[in-house]
Design a protein around this ligand. Sequence first.
Ligand code: TPP
Ligand code: MG
Length: 687
Amino acid sequence: MPTPDLDQLCINTIRTLAMDAVQQANSGHPGTPMALAPVGYVLWQRHLRFDPDDPIWPDRDRFVLSVGHASMLLYALLHLAGVKAVNPKYETLGRLSVSLDDIKRFRQLDSRCPGHPEYRWTSGVETTTGPLGQGVATSVGMAIAGKWMAAHFNRPGFEMFTGRVFALCGDGDMMEGVSQEAASLAGHLKLDNLCWIYDSNRITIEGETSLAFSEDVGARFVADGWNVTRVADANDLAALDRAVDLGRRTRGRPTLIVVDSHIGYGAPHKQDTRAAHGEPLGEDEVRLAKRFYGWPEDARFLVPEGVREHFAAGIGARGARLRGEWMALCDAYQKEHPAQADALYRMQHRQLPEGWDDGIPTFPADAKGLAGRDASARVLNAVARNVPWLIGGSADLAPSTKTLLTFEGAGDFEAGSYGGRNFHFGIREHAMGAVLNGLSLSKVRPYGSGFLIFSDYGKPALRLAAVMEIPVIYVFTHDSIGVGEDGPTHQPVEQLVALRAVPGLVTIRPADANEVAEAWRVVLQLRHEPVALVLSRQPLPTLDRTKYASAAGVARGAYVLADAPGGDPEVMLLATGSEVALCVTAHEQLVKDGIRSRVVSMPSWEIFEHQPPEYRDAVLPPAVTARVSVEQASTLGWEHYIGSRGRAIGMRTFGASAPLGELQRKFGFEPEKVVAAARDVLGREAR
Ligand SMILES: Cc1ncc(C[n+]2csc(CCOP(=O)(O)OP(=O)(O)O)c2C)c(N)n1
Ligand SMILES: [Mg+2]
């Protein structure tokens, strides 16, 4: 039931809260929340299938604020709708997610209202946004997850998954390439549960968009297979209503609603200018805008009587009813489909099913060995049988990354076959990363794969997975100059150290097939960390684990693989991946020469750093300063482990195009070179 005065009162409350918070913080973006308050209001109050009392209810609509700089819009909505906080155990707490005090402390330390919306920190924030383009691209992953969940869980009489995904985006999102990759994929997949609302205000930071942007965005989306509609005035609530309804009724296409708006609406000197974008309006302008809204000019952080109540009667009552109906459905589902209900519960809590690691192979010693990617294919296919919601794919490289699920019933995820588990992201690494984030935020367990060199193409999304602490799995193959003939464009050098530098990202570079198996075992059990599994293209010898230590050491990040008889090493060889076997060969030579050497396999620095100091010192005794690291990658970072007396054998230039053997010679990855370096750091003459 439209209640015009109350509608306006609520909208102006959102506007003034945003203006006051930015003014108080003396930092932030007031203009876009002012302009989009009606859009946010109509969507939340009249449409969103969302219960403020339980913001993690699985079948909710999701709202993504891709214009993360307009964070105050979201905080005002979360506050006014009375969204409740949820703790890390997924329990709903009684208190508000965003209090008025949080809003007063916008952008201050520990406020639930940080500069940009942060997943995990503020309940009701569906994904971290701020880097433009990420939000919309992530929303595609959420819509994909919605389709997959519906295909997987819905049964006759049990529509368990019906939720839609809305994203609010701006000119910046539309300029960023990742949004186009994602839009192209969403159109191809016919994701009709997806709706983007594009705030076309023709303003960005430098000024008018005409400085750098002149295409017909709507036409672009039509070409992508979207349903495109337009609302000519962001203040026209009825038109917004109709557009959202149209999106809901549209089948077989996602919907783009282009909304023409006025940034800084109501601010007499700053409306429609870039000045409304990135700085506080100033006390005088705030007053004038409040006067324009018919607001008490001296009031700050005012929530007039009736506003919270109106939200409670709208989104609050509707959400409670819808969730209540769903919970009742869920109870019946549990009785009729107990196995599915159990799976659903585990997914929501990021738990694994019983027997998840059944059938993980162990690999017999084999000098010829197996490529990391091939070992991974076998392990992945074993665990994926046990974990039905482990789904993923590649950016058109599955035949090379070997991530295809090949067992009966795995199937392809495509428009019309939304239950498939093999995804084809197309050659869209960046969107793949964002889609993986959206999938993970929707609680499926996603993996994506590509060549390690192209991790750079998706890095911003990967970084956000780490910021959000979500367990996205990346399988990066073709991990070094071992790629050979493809040459320097395809040979990673600086990628490994870049991944290791991402806080919270677990990077693992296994040395042989059994380390690959152990790595997957570690990966599957991660609940809050993304992972980069870095694998070789070329075969690696499968080490004889009766002679050398068990690969179970992978779980500790680094472990003593081989010691001279009697232990007590005088020199240590540290390596990862393909260089471990090389070090083992060098080690055998050193031992033969009477030198007590130790080989430490270090598949994951990140995991190793989380071990207790006693363990780390046992693996790398501080007294042993003669150390050599060997890795076909940038040597940056190894000094931490080899110290000032150590020697790093690695890559200091780009690679070259040649057969692998020649490259190993050219760049010094040969047993004799490792032996010589070991003798050198020991201060022993070469023999
Ligand atoms: C990837 C990325 N590049 C640059 C920025 C910095 N930035 C923040 S907002 C903005 C302008 C955005 O313009 P628009 O999307 O039109 O938002 P409006 O000013 O209209 O709210 C820029 C360049 C960013 N957040 N993310
Ligand atoms: Mg703009």
